[in-house]
Structure formats: structure tokens, C-alpha cells
Ligand binder design. Sequence first.
Ligand code: DGY
Length: 331
Amino acid sequence: MTAADFLVTTPLPDPGMRLLEAAGSVTVAASRMTRAELADACESGDYRVVVAQLQDEFDAALLDRAKIAGISNFAVGYNNIDIAAATANSIIVGNTPGVLTDATADLALLLILAVARRCVEADTFVRSGKFSGWEPELLLGHDVSGRTLGLAGFGRIARATARRALAFGMTVNFSPRPPGERVVSTEELGEFAGRVHQLAWPELVATSDYLSVHVPLTDETRHLVDESVFRSMKSSAILINTARGPIVDETALVAALRDGTIAGAGLDVYEDEPRLAAGLAALPNTVLLPHIGSATVPVRAEMARRCAENAVAIARGELPPYPVNPEARAR
Ligand code: DGY
């Protein structure tokens, strides 16, 4: 390979950097790159592959001028990259699918339980010295067992969440591609046939005690959960989002949580990350996590391995093992 094969915008956990360094020359950005810095670097012709993070935005204007062979995104999601523009410019994109499914589903369950049982409030209560003994009505929450979970989406992470929810004795319904409809056959349901039920999106919204978001961020799903959805939900319902922030209208969410339109929310992602909508952080009926769905040591290591393997393959002119747009190579 030639010099400066890889531009790494944020260092990867082990074994990512080792794999990259063994395969070629690596430049690591000194600090978080601005859009202008990223665009200049992509345009410079100095790098074959950019090893990127979700915060690095590759829009069409940047990609049209970029002189890179590819982008290896350290994430399964790739909503930070305009894939059509990448393909049009023969820029191949790789991602890290499969390895973070269980960890993210674990987090969705954690949020359901934490909001339902007021875990953060309870923890704060004990730490602040207010606990003076068992009380009949101390920090009463919501039931989980016997309640209904509505899954917006029915991909890998939604299914893993369904598996866990069923084990908790929940009724599980889903809507596979909201707001659109697509009938999921019994065959496609596999292990879930007869155990979970497909509902139209409006019905899913209206019947869920917990509504959990598991769709990718696209033009169709941006603000999928908006003020009208909140108005259709049960006032006792809890919203869970471990997918992407902009799927939920966060300003409308704050209003719905404030005025009791819904009962609570558990969020791992935000509309304008890392910023929070005004008022969100002050609401006690929320549990707010810093986008840690995939944050376990083994999962991040496996993501780093896949990300590095993608980058190395692209730098060698090969199809990466986890390509998002394999058609880009044929152009
Ligand atoms: C992803 O991979 O898309 C997550 O949001 C971060 O792990």
C-alpha cells in the first residue's frame, strides 16, 4: 500500500488500531474534526480510506469532491453518510452489523425497567440520604410483566428485544416498517410465530404500554414519533428510543412528558446529539443515557475488528466484508 492509507477520525478500541497499523500507514486526527477539516482531508488525495464515527458527516457536497476510495464507519448505522452520493462517486462504505444486536436489546430492556421502576430517582433518593426505611408508597412505579410492548420496526434489534420482553411475561406487538405497512409472513416470523402480533402503526401506538423504537433514520422515519403520536398514546405509556434521536420529535416529547400526555421516556439517543432539547434533563420521568447501546468491552472490540477489516479491504481495492453499498465498486 502507499503512504497514508487510513485517516482515523477517532481512535478505535483494541484491536482496531493494531489491525490498521499492521496493514498500512495511519493518521489519527488530533481532535474531533470539523466538517471543513474533514472535507479538506477527503479532498486532499492524501488518504485512501477514512475510518469514521457517527459524528462525522459525509454529505453529498463533501463526497462529490472527495478523493477517497472508501469510508469505514465504526457503527452499524450509517445515517451520517449520504450513501447515494458515496455510490455515485464510487466511494465504498463499510459498517459493523450483527455484533451489537444483543447489547442494544439489553439496553432497551434496561430502559424499560429503569423508567418503569424509577431506578434513577430511587438511586438519587438513597444517595442523597433521604431513605429512612421501607414505606408503603415510596417511589411506586409501573408493572412490566403482563404489559404490552409495541416495537416500531422488526429487524435484528427489535427481535432481540422481543425475545427478552417475552421472557419478562410481556405481550409483544410490532409494526415492521412504520409509518408504512408490510405484512410479515409466518415464515418470516420464525421463532416468533404465534408469540408476537403485527399491528398497523396507529393501533400499535394506541395499545402499547411501552413503545420502543427500532427503525433506521431515513426521510420516512424522521419525526415518526411526533406530537400526534404522543396524543394517540396511552397517558400511562412509556417511550423507549435506542435507535436514532431524530426519529422522535424531542421538543414534542418534552411537552408530552411535562403535561402528562405520556408517563415517561427512556432515551439513549437524542435529536441533536450531544445536545438535549430544552427542559428534557429536568424531567424526573425520564432515564437519559449517553448513546451507549453497543458499549460493552467485547462488542466494541468486535466492532473495531470489523471496522478495521473493512478499511483494510477497501485500501487494498477489495470488497469489504461488511459493505453498505457494494454496487459502488462496480462503477
Ligand atoms: C451504531 O452502531 O449505529 C450505534 O448507534 C453505535 O454503536
